[in-house]
Design a binder for this molecule. Structure first.
Ligand code: SF4
Length: 628
């Protein structure tokens, strides 16, 4: 087989045994890599119905088809487990040298079963598996842990996935980090911490064999050249944060915990402001010629020295969404989340929820008492110092930080139960995952994409904000096209997440990002890598199958139609300002769009998947378990 080794490494963390599973080429043609293959490995290896923190929930890695080849932005891996945050599929993606090392070690995927009995650093050295004591790594941040491992093992080429103190402390939305990039969202870090797994390192010394190296080099060269052109210019110069002024103009920039969609100080927290005052350099994921990550530093004030990569999603969550207009506080907050290893979106949105609780009198100053602030905190919107103190309490599980470390869904339930309040009304999450930086009240196709998304409120999995924001749909109303549009944009995004290729390359094939522009070029890359004969239709099916395996997983874990819902605020509480003022997504509109979406997918009225469809997609074994 070309492009793959055909082998998946299984490791039992409890017994310390490992074994190799070989997979047939046909299996790879269906699941390809990234989030689809990782989700399929999870489907095969989880104990169905187990609690996310039970030993039956494995950690599944899947490499990309282009990882370790010259194909630009193809150095990524997928990571899947049942999410401690949502209870459904937790599928993440990270651009990383770790994935290249894993492929060079000879593994297309890796499944870690059960739990360690003490803190462990797992080291996969080509074919050898070592269990190392991780005590010396405890208390270290994500980047420090990677460095300490390289130093201890004396090899700069060793690549690691790590958790920081947030994972050790079981913050429910802790991340897994590698090479400064995060396999974020859905709380992988909490599961790793629960399994006492501080880090997984890999050293790979083999090559990656492709079918037609000459053709693949030429195709890759052409795409890399085009990736230096105008189609990626905004990412290269300003990074994704350059979108902030646009979302503000459209009135969909989450502001003060999604109470409004327009932030009066948007200029001060824009990508352009960041570029002028804080940017120190740009960095790139592995195998990437674009380099969109803007390393930014605080140069003055109490947070001087804080430095991390800033992108739009982290920025909205920790600036406008908290009413914070001091970029220095936003950078400090994002530095805490990256360094200590928690999801910056969920952290920011959870602090935003707490700020609203404070302003509405549900939480009081004394509720925020800590060792550093025994008198408590005045957690008003805009108070950057207090927000930073609360982020540290979350990390350390101190005082109310313990509750906030659970994310908005669980935290609001705990507070409402204790105080008889209704703070769930401003807990902005979908299936338990905090929403990303596009307020969906006035992006109605995107609202549908979020409600039906398998991992919850995620902008990466549903790309339906794009047609709404570009005016291809009337974003303030609903109509009979929305089911198809939401399904198409989700499946389109899933192609990129499965190969995986970074979506920012999408215009660099032919200048057009649509299927007609990109799929034939992607088919050429796949064929030169593997020797297969993929065309437009086969590429299109990659996304359909990825969405199907993830949905099938959720169905087997107990999903029902009621789980496809939106935050209370988006259904009942309109903005007062901006182009989206007075708009909500009503229950009737949501139900109408959901039916259209299920229909567009070829599912039943209740959102279940017919057996024949699963069989047609090559998933007969899945059909036997969940098909109707
Ligand atoms: S464009 Fe940005 S996100 Fe995409 S691979 Fe490159 S550095 Fe990573």
């Amino acid at each position: 087989m070309y492009g793959y080794s055909g082998k998946v490494l299984h490791i039992d963390l409890k017994t310390k045994k490992n074994w190799v599973e070989t997979k047939p080429e046909e299996w790879y043609k269906i699941y390809i890599g990234g989030v689809s293959m990782a989700s399929r490995l999870l489907w095969e290896n989880i104990v169905p119905g187990c609690d996310p923190l039970d030993d039956g929930n494995p950690i599944c890695f899947a490499n990309g088809i282009f990882t370790g080849t010259p194909v630009p932005v193809g150095g990524k891996f997928g990571l899947a487990s049942k999410s401690p945050l949502t209870g459904f599929i937790g599928d993440s993606l990270s651009g990383s040298w770790f994935s290249i090392a894993l492929k060079r070690a000879g593994w297309d995927g890796m499944v870690l079963h059960n739990s360690c009995d003490r803190w462990t650093h797992l080291f996969v050295d080509d074919e050898r598996v070592q269990f190392n004591d991780a005590t010396y790594l405890l208390g270290k941040g994500t980047f420090e842990t990677e460095e300490a491992i390289r130093e201890k093992l004396g090899d700069e080429q060793i690549r690691s996935c790590t958790i920081g103190t947030c994972g050790e402390n079981l913050v429910r939305y802790a991340n897994v980090t590698n090479d400064g990039r995060q396999a974020g969202r859905t709380g992988h870090g909490m599961l790793w911490g629960h399994k006492k797994l501080k880090a997984v390192s890999v050293r790979g010394t083999h090559g990656v064999k492709v079918f037609d190296p000459k053709a693949l080099n030429q195709l890759s060269y052409d795409i890399s050249k085009s990736a230096q052109g105008k189609d990626t210019e905004k990412y290269r110069i300003f990074g994704t944060s350059t979108g902030l002024l646009n979302t503000n103009k459209l009135g969909v920039l989450p502001t003060r915990n999604f109470q409004e969609g327009v932030f009066e100080d948007a200029e001060l927290v824009s990508g352009e402001y960041l570029d002028k005052h804080h940017k120190v350099k740009v960095i790139a994921c592995a195998q990437c010629p674009i380099a969109c990550e803007q390393m930014s530093m605080v140069k003055t004030g109490p947070f001087a020295g804080a430095m991390t990569g800033i992108e739009y999603e982290s920025l909205f969550a920790n600036s406008s969404n908290l009413g914070i207009s001091d970029m220095r506080a936003a950078i400090k907050l994002i530095t805490i989340s990256d360094h200590d290893g928690m999801d910056s979106i969920t952290m920011g949105v959870t602090i935003g929820w707490a700020m609203e609780c404070y302003e509405r009198g549900v939480l009081k100053k004394e509720d925020f008492a800590s060792k550093a602030h025994p008198e408590g905190l005045e957690l008003n919107f805009g108070n950057g110092d207090a927000a930073v103190a609360v982020a540290e309490m979350i990390r350390d599980q101190e005082g109310i930080g313990k509750i906030l470390s659970q994310g908005t869904r669980i935290a609001s339930r705990m507070i409402d139960e204790e105080r008889g309040t209704e703070s769930f009304k401003w807990a902005v999450n979908t299936k338990g995952l905090e929403s990303a930086g596009y307020d969906a009240r006035s992006l109605k196709t995107f609202a549908l994409g979020l409600a039906t998304g398998t991992r919850g409120g995620c902008h990466n999995r549903s790309a339906a904000y794009d047609p709404d924001m570009k005016g291809e749909t009337n974003r303030l109303t609903v109509d009979e096209t929305r089911g198809r549009v939401a399904a198409d944009s989700e499946e389109y995004a899933a192609v990129y997440d499965t190969l995986p290729l970074c979506k920012f390359i999408r215009r660099c094939f032919t200048g057009k990002a649509d299927r007609a522009g990109a799929w034939p070029a992607i088919a050429n890359l796949i064929n030169a890598t593997t020797g297969w004969d993929f065309g437009y239709d086969e590429v299109d099916l990659i996304g359909v199958r990825a969405c199907t395996i993830k949905k099938s997983f959720n169905i087997r874990e107990g999903w029902n139609e009621k789980d496809d819902d939106l935050p209370w605020r988006w259904k009942h509480d309109p903005f007062t300002k901006g182009p989206g003022a007075n708009t909500v997504v009503t229950d009737e509109e949501l139900e109408y769009m959901k039916k259209l979406y299920y229909q567009a997918k070829g599912w039943t009225e209740e959102g279940l998947i017919p057996k024949e469809l699963l069989i047609k997609l090559g998933m007969s074994d899945v059909a036997e378990q969940i098909g109707v």
